[in-house]
Design a binder for this molecule. Sequence first.
Ligand code: NI
Length: 269
Amino acid sequence: MANETALLCYLEKMWQDYCLLNPQAKSIFEAFAHKGEMVKNDHIALRTFNHPRLGINSLAQHFTKYGYIDSGEYFFKEKKLYAKHYENINKNLPKIFISELELEKMSPFVQQVLNEAAEQVLESQVNNEKFVYGGRPWKASHSVYTQLAKESEYASWVYAFGFRPNHFTVSINELKSFSQVSEVNQFIKSLGYNLNVSGGEIKGTPAELLEQSSTMANMITVDFTDGKHAIPACYYEFAKRYPMSNGELYQGFIAKSADKIFESTNKTT
Ligand code: NI
């Protein structure tokens, strides 16, 4: 098993890539730091689709080798997604949440686009650990992106960005000057960022042991084969976990809440 220093370095590279696509996360992280907070990351989310060579396992292999363990699965019927989360033996390290689009449930158009994209990816690229923040390994056009978004916003995001962290998550439990999600939300709005209001600003309840909120993804200009276009990229998430009956904080996810969080990359205009 590779050592923890190498893992921390790996996670740092993912954070650097994420900040490139999501400068608002870096600004928010620094705003917390300015208040004396050391932001701890609750989880990192990655997106893919269930092509035999690009499914959840092809991304998870880069984390299981660092001691991450398959720790839960989730179903999103309406969005046609399946997800798993992975936990490290060291509970101070972020969880990894990986979702995949269920291709067989999509239209022939979506299947064809993503299968053709997958054919452009080499096995050696997938097996390189840089793959999870390597970006898009295929050519993409804005017209196809727009067409995909009509059927699945998620499919269009993966098509445009490929493999990069979709979001990082501030652990509210570890903040000193904030205890409620509503307080964090107020702080984020005071910095001038929009929150995802789908299903309300706060997703989940203390009874469900997890409350979450997130910003709306910022717009990033992407180089497509048919020109440069600004599209929603990544967002920052905030999570507060509650203790289970054994006193330990719940470490899983709530599908109903995650379903709404996925919409943080929807177009708002
Ligand atoms: Ni998340």
